[in-house]
Design a protein around this ligand. Structure first.
Ligand code: SAM
Length: 224
């Protein structure tokens, strides 16, 4: 019963990966990957006691304790060097929270690791953070699941500075090139929302009006 969103996230996990799923909730993602014989080692990190207990019970009920270690931990503190983690997933949270988790655990991320991220909002904040901290976005995808549109990305730490342009931060460097039907749908909707906001703002000289107007222009350009 994995959601389409989580199936798409799972598709970025390489065969045989040693996975850390941070904010695993009920450990659905690692259970799916192990049951599907895609991986045989995962740490499921969860900071809240309730979901942690449920994840543990869920893993035990399927007799997967040898493959999936459920740990009560904050962010990347869920794993250590001896786990030999090569793939990190952080999915289903706000973009700001994801950047906070990455920032707090930055020294645990090495250049070999694949970092798979799916923010429910503020994807631009996340991409800007990645760009400023020397991560390269090597893959991106935009999907629709139950009338919601989700963006996901794979990032890797590099030595070189990866400055993204203003447009790349807002729309995603690969998504904006690809311009898929779902991408167009998302930004058409965002465009309409902002047009509505403009129509409701009484005074065109206020700074908010100008900011939204610039955003409308930026979206209009990308939709051309
Ligand atoms: N990753 C799953 C998914 O994509 O469906 C679950 C998403 S769930 C909405 C987010 C989970 O992240 C919650 O269970 C929450 O307790 C957990 N979480 C939030 N902050 C966390 C942190 N700093 N460290 C570990 N888990 C965290």
């Amino acid at each position: 019963h994995l959601s389409l969103r989580l199936k798409e996230v799972a598709s970025f996990v390489p065969q045989g990966a040693r996975l850390a799923d941070i904010g695993s909730d009920h450990a659905f993602l690692p259970v799916f990957l192990v049951t599907d014989k895609r991986i045989d080692f995962a740490v499921a990190g969860e900071v809240v006691k309730g979901p942690y207990e449920i994840a543990k019970a869920h893993v035990a009920a399927q007799a997967l304790q040898n493959q999936i270690q459920v740990r009560l931990a904050n962010g990347l503190a869920a794993f250590s060097k001896k786990d030999e983690i090569d793939t990190i997933v952080i999915a289903g949270m706000g973009g700001v929270l994801i950047t906070q988790i990455l920032e707090a655990g930055l020294e645990k991320i090495n250049a070999q690791m694949r970092v798979i991220l799916q923010a429910n909002n503020h994807e631009d904040t996340l991409r800007e953070w990645l760009s400023r901290h020397g991560f390269e976005i090597i893959s991106e995808k935009i999907v629709e699941d139950a009338d919601k549109i989700y963006e996901m990305m794979v990032a890797k730490k590099t030595d070189q500075k990866q400055e993204l342009s203003v447009d790349e931060i807002k729309f995603g460097p690969r998504l904006k090139k690809e311009k898929s039907a779902i991408f167009i749908k998302k930004w058409q909707k965002e465009y309409q929302t902002r047009q509505y906001i403009l129509s409701q703002l009484p005074n065109p000289t206020m700074p908010k009006y100008q900011a939204v107007k610039e955003e409308v222009q930026q979206i209009k350009e990308i939709l051309k």
